[in-house]
Design a protein around this ligand. Structure first.
Ligand code: ZN
Length: 56
C-alpha cells in the first residue's frame, strides 16, 4: 500500500497499516501517525511531539 507524506508529498510504502503506528518519511524524515478518517480511509498525519518527553 502506498501513502503520501503530507509534509513533502513523497510516497511512503507500507506493508501492514496499523492505526496509531508511527512511520518515518524517508524523504523528509518527519514522523507520521497512521490515522483513520471518518470514511474509514487511512491517512497520515504529522506526529506532534507533545510536551518535552524526549527521554527515549
Ligand atoms: Zn516526507
Amino acid at each position: 500500500m502506498k501513502l503520501k507524506c503530507p509534509e513533502c508529498d513523497g510516497d511512503i510504502n507500507v506493508k501492514d497499516v496499523v492505526e496509531g503506528e508511527i512511520l518515518t518519511c524517508d524523504d523528509c524524515g518527519v514522523e507520521l501517525e497512521v490515522k483513520k478518517n471518518s470514511k474509514g480511509n487511512i491517512e497520515l498525519k504529522v506526529a506532534e511531539s507533545e510536551g518535552e518527553d524526549w527521554g527515549e
